[in-house]
Design a protein around this ligand. Structure first.
Ligand code: AMP
Ligand code: MG
Length: 314
């Protein structure tokens, strides 16, 4: 147990948020939660109004001018979506909305509906104009969804804010996206970050990752899903089919400097699967990953930026 840790919590973006500091500073904690709320208000597609919703509502009609940070994040999401064979597609919105997974969705949509919606998920049909920070979705019905990337971006914003405030040791957990500053006092090994057991209770861990000043992001099919006909229908979609990605994986955890990279790579690696993912990571010296498979294996890429103490996977 770390001495002198002060934990602050809130529920934002539909997730429990946890901030750990080593000074009792509720004012700073309030500012952090305020920053998160303000950022969420820009990016959310779960409410009627946000900058992203303005773009979606104007789909097929006209470009919408957005603020620079929103334009910058959309530009990143666009570029990642255009990578060859990318499992990441930020125009997946119509498919996500139709399945409603995590929002009372309990049925598999008819195949013809999914096929029709897939036609509205072409990232080539997004026109970005950096001269005026405008975004135009060319077809009516197209919808941007930044759910796979926004938390990572916001976690980095929190880290930068804390640094500006002179904080050197802290942790922010945005419901699965962890970003850290330094290491806890007297713990040179770094922060211990639990890797959750898929479909287990919150306190059931597969192991603990030890990191210093790194981000740890997990995407797992057990985060939001429903079960039907012996299958787990979860919230990470295959942009080629419009159905949840169906491979050997239960979760992917990425260890990186920036949480936005962690958020992007969890989706990309999820799509690649273990074999291709490990081969890909061999050429990415700044990114590490831990894959958890359906047949209960825990596979670490060559761990350059973390240590892992495994527990039982019973
Ligand atoms: P994450 O928790 O970072 O894995 O993001 C999951 C969220 O990303 C989902 O709830 C959707 O909003 C969105 N999403 C689902 N599938 C994809 C995909 N293939 N590409 C981009 N975003 C996706
Ligand atoms: Mg993600």
């Amino acid at each position: 147990m770390t001495a002198g840790v002060f934990s602050y919590s809130a529920v934002l973006m539909g997730s429990p948020i946890l901030l750990k500091l080593f000074d009792d500073n509720p004012t700073l904690a309030r500012q952090v939660f305020q920053l998160i709320k303000q950022q969420e208000n820009l990016f959310t597609v779960n409410r009627a109004e946000s900058e992203v919703m303005s773009i979606n509502q104007a789909a097929g009609h006209h470009p919408v001018v957005v603020s620079e940070p929103v334009f910058a994040l959309i530009s990143v999401a666009h570029a990642v979506s255009l990578l060859p064979e990318s499992a990441f597609n930020f125009t997946i919105g119509p498919v996500v909305k139709r399945w409603k997974i995590g929002f009372q969705g309990r049925a598999v949509p008819p195949a013809n509906e999914i096929a029709a919606l897939l036609k509205l998920t072409d990232p080539h049909q997004v026109v970005l104009n950096s001269a005026d920070c405008s975004v135009f979705l060319q077809q009516p019905g197209m919808e941007i969804d930044l759910g796979a990337i926004a938390k990572g971006y916001i976690a980095d914003r929190v880290q930068a804010f804390l640094r500006q405030q002179g904080v050197q040791q802290a942790l922010i957990n945005l419901g699965g996206n962890v970003q850290t500053l330094g290491s806890p006092p007297h713990e040179p090994q770094g922060w211990g970050i639990g890797l959750k057991k898929p479909f287990g209770r919150d306190d059931e861990l597969l192991g603990v990752l030890q990191v210093q000043g790194k981000s740890v992001v997990t995407s797992g099919i057990y985060e939001r899903y429903f079960e039907l006909d012996g299958r787990c229908w979860h919230h990470i979609f295959d942009p080629q089919t419009g159905y949840p990605l169906d491979n050997e994986l239960l979760s992917v955890t990425v260890i990186s400097d920036r949480s936005i990279d962690g958020d992007i790579y969890t989706t990309l690696l999820y799509g690649m699967g273990v074999e291709q993912g490990l081969a890909y990571l061999a050429d990415q010296p700044d990114i590490d990953a831990v894959f958890v498979t359906r047949d209960r294996q825990i596979i670490c890429s060559s761990p350059r930026h973390f240590q892992f103490q495994q527990r039982d996977f019973a």
